[in-house]
Design a protein around this ligand. Structure first.
Ligand code: KG4
Ligand code: ZN
Length: 334
């Protein structure tokens, strides 16, 4: 079973060949033009997808040593994401499915992230607990042995990566902020300033209060003093902010682990690159004698290999999509 997978939900155009669940190629064309605007510009993103979709699919086939006649099914992200971006990938995938008379498999982007660890060729023992942390999402999800999913909690406002990006923008540190904060925090004092940790019922998250708290903290200075304060203390400010974000993530993760007998933990999405977060979760899993899975760097951020692997598992269960499938920019995990 050879699947051609396509992912275009945000600002990366990606295609992959996945054969019997094994990744044969994974091509990602990242759009760099958004950094100048401090965030992803939807109009620029959809136009770039239109330019790149054909060459990216061709590269994925070429790298796998395959041609379109080898493909047995087309897997594609239908949401959540930017409408104009999703439309390019889904329309292209449907065109291929019609032209080649192949089954179409619609994949929720978050389901793709859940399967990103499987793209490494591993099969975490279930029930497993996954923390999805990216620029657009923060969710805690339980996967059963039969691979059915339950969303335990999610962010009520900003995603963890979004909070880091907004924080970095506020301090004028650059975009995307996550890797910059990760770097600067390394030599900073996390106790320099105590930002509030939102503690919500159930397993939900909230990162908007902490952003407001940074604003209050910085607004006590006039413009000139503020620039000097940031220049003098950016390492400490990053360490303090990151500590608060990680504490909030860890609190809900630990609570979930306390309340059920999970066989494994998966940390997925772009923020899983964060060294302190990885270290904290790794320590926790060692303490609890639970296996921890974090995807390889190439499957951490948006890619089509994770969509292909998710499509493989869906196809095995017989779940194909009708050709009337439409994008769903605010799709939820079922
Ligand atoms: O998964 P991803 O590419 O995008 C979404 O699907 O949303 O994740 C991008 C996010 C950005 O918010 C970025 O700042 C964050 O991941 N990120 C990091 C690190 N590397 C990327 N956050 C913290 N530490 C990092 N090292
Ligand atoms: Zn993503």
């Amino acid at each position: 079973m050879t699947i051609l997978a396509i992912e275009s939900s945000c600002d990366d155009t990606a295609a992959s060949i996945v054969s019997d669940g094994r990744v044969e190629s994974s091509i990602v064309s990242s759009q760099l033009g958004h950094a100048a605007y401090g965030g992803v510009v939807p109009e620029i993103a959809s136009r770039a997808h239109q330019r790149m979709i054909v060459p990216v699919v061709q590269s994925a086939l070429q790298e796998a040593g395959r041609s379109l006649t080898d493909v047995d099914a087309v897997g594609v992200t239908y949401g959540p994401g930017l409408a104009g971006s999703l439309l390019v990938g889904l329309t292209f995938a449907k065109g291929l499915a019609v032209a080649l008379d192949l089954p179409l498999v619609g994949i929720n982007h978050l389901e793709g992230h859940l399967y990103s660890v499987y793209a490494d060729g591993v099969n975490p023992e279930r029930p497993s607990l996954s923390l999805i942390v990216s620029g657009g999402h923060t969710e805690l999800v339980r996967m059963e042995p039969d691979q059915s999913l339950t969303v335990l909690g999610k962010t009520r406002d900003d995603a963890a990566g979004e909070a880091l990006d907004k924080f970095a923008k506020l301090l004028g540190l650059g975009f995307p902020g996550g890797p910059i904060v990760d770097q600067l925090a390394e030599s900073g004092d996390p106790a320099f300033h105590r930002y509030p940790r939102a503690r919500l019922d159930a397993y939900d998250f909230s990162f908007s209060g902490i952003k407001t708290s940074v604003l209050y903290h910085l607004n006590q200075f006039d413009d000139e003093e503020r620039s000097q304060f940031i220049a003098d203390h950016k390492h400490d400010l990053c360490a303090s902010f990151l500590a608060a974000v990680i504490d909030m993530l860890m609190h809900q993760l630990e609570k979930a682990l306390d309340e059920s007998d999970y066989k494994s933990v998966c940390l997925v999405g772009g923020v899983s690159a964060n060294r302190q977060l990885r270290a904290r979760i790794s320590d926790l899993c060692i303490l609890r004698d639970t296996d921890l899975y974090i995807p390889d760097a190439s499957y951490r951020t948006d890619n089509a290999a994770m969509i292909g692997v998710a499509a493989f598992h869906k196809l095995k269960a017989g779940a194909t999509a009708p050709l009337t499938l439409t994008i769903d920019p605010s799709a939820r995990l079922k």
